[in-house]
Write a protein that binds this ligand. Structure first.
Ligand code: G3H
Ligand code: ZN
Length: 318
């Protein structure tokens, strides 16, 4: 099995992107893992500082490692948005495969200085670990925001990207290219989409030649996503869409069984709801058009096709 570096190299060669999905519990992890297996594509699981605190740093690392080893399947774990060296070291020692060291709220020079220090410290713990650095401003919070913020003046330039990568030695770069964390109310309803600056991605890619990550993937226009991957994005992060699906699936489970108290009879509703999102996103990132697979991902794919048809020809498939 390839390691995460090998998986990213293959993604670059094949013009696809690795899906990264945040998890905060076993429902989300189960949905992510089973979707990736049904589609037979590698996957990254992310846990932010808050998600790690809730699940336990060493505990989530042990669960993901056991899934990978027991099934011989390429599932990897990322310490997402890690703001301090102390927390980054904790994750590296627990066996995380990648760390997003995020000092992007600081001025550029200070961000670069701290990120370089983190790269050196983390590689000393595990030389194979991949470190991602972040520049520009893409907002915070994988939540539903009342309005989408205008972050257009904080976009990353190719020159900044090159300077940052050369100085810090990061393995992966997360630029600001029109993306942002979270979704507006309109995005949740599908009335508005995030749009990406594709030319900027292509210019940054030319300037740095390391894998690029697109954060804040929830609610992004599908065509922009395809073009962004073709322009050089190698990892796409999705969180808010999963959280929305998790909540609505849970609500469906509770209302389908108003008197039920057995968790494993209610929670499968949430797993299936999250799987719909993960299957759709993984199919898009990996260019899966004709589902050669079985299971829930195939069901999700048929439902999506019906939905697309009903949008194109109103009234045909209600
Ligand atoms: O690191 C996590 C993400 O960038 C997720 O962003 O909640 O907008 O999908 P999102
Ligand atoms: Zn992010």
């Amino acid at each position: 099995m390839r390691d995460i570096r090998g998986v990213l190299e293959l993604a670059q060669e094949s013009g696809v992107a690795v899906g990264h999905f945040n998890v905060a519990d076993l429902v989300l992890l189960k949905a992510v893992f089973s979707s990736a297996r049904e589609l037979q594509v590698p996957v990254l699981v992310g846990a932010s500082e808050g998600e790690r605190e809730f699940m336990g740093v060493r505990q989530i690392a042990a669960v993901v490692r056991s899934l990978r080893e027991d099934s011989d399947f390429p599932i990897f774990l990322n310490a997402d948005h890690t703001h301090s060296l102390e927390k980054a070291i904790e994750a590296a020692k627990a066996g995380f495969d990648t760390v997003v060291f995020d000092a992007s709220a600081l001025p550029f020079e200070e961000n670069a200085r701290q990120t370089r220090e983190a790269v050196q410290a983390l590689k000393a713990i595990n030389p194979a670990i991949l470190i991602e650095g972040e520049i520009g401003n893409i907002g915070t919070g994988s939540e539903i925001h009342q309005f989408a913020q205008d972050l257009s003046k904080y976009l990353t330039t190719p020159a900044e990207a090159r300077q940052f990568v050369e100085f810090t030695g990061v393995d992966v770069l997360a630029p600001a290219v029109g993306n942002m964390h979270g979704m507006s109310q309109k995005m949740v309803k599908g009335e508005n989409k995030k749009r990406l600056d594709i030319d900027r991605i292509a210019h940054i890619k030319k300037a740095v030649r390391v894998p690029l990550t697109l954060h804040g993937g929830s609610g992004t226009d599908d065509d922009d996503m395809r073009k962004a991957i073709a322009a050089g994005i190698n990892i796409v992060h999705i969180n808010t869409e999963l959280r929305v699906a998790w909540r609505s699936g849970l609500e469906a489970g509770l209302s389908a069984h108003p008197n039920q108290v057995v968790p494993y009879k209610i929670l499968p509703f949430a797993v299936e709801s999250v799987k719909q999102v993960v299957c759709a996103r993984l199919s898009l990132f990996n260019g899966v058009r004709q589902p050669p697979f079985e299971g829930e991902c195939a069901v999700a794919s048929i439902e999506r096709k019906q939905h697309a048809l009903s949008q194109e020809t109103p009234g045909l498939m209600r």
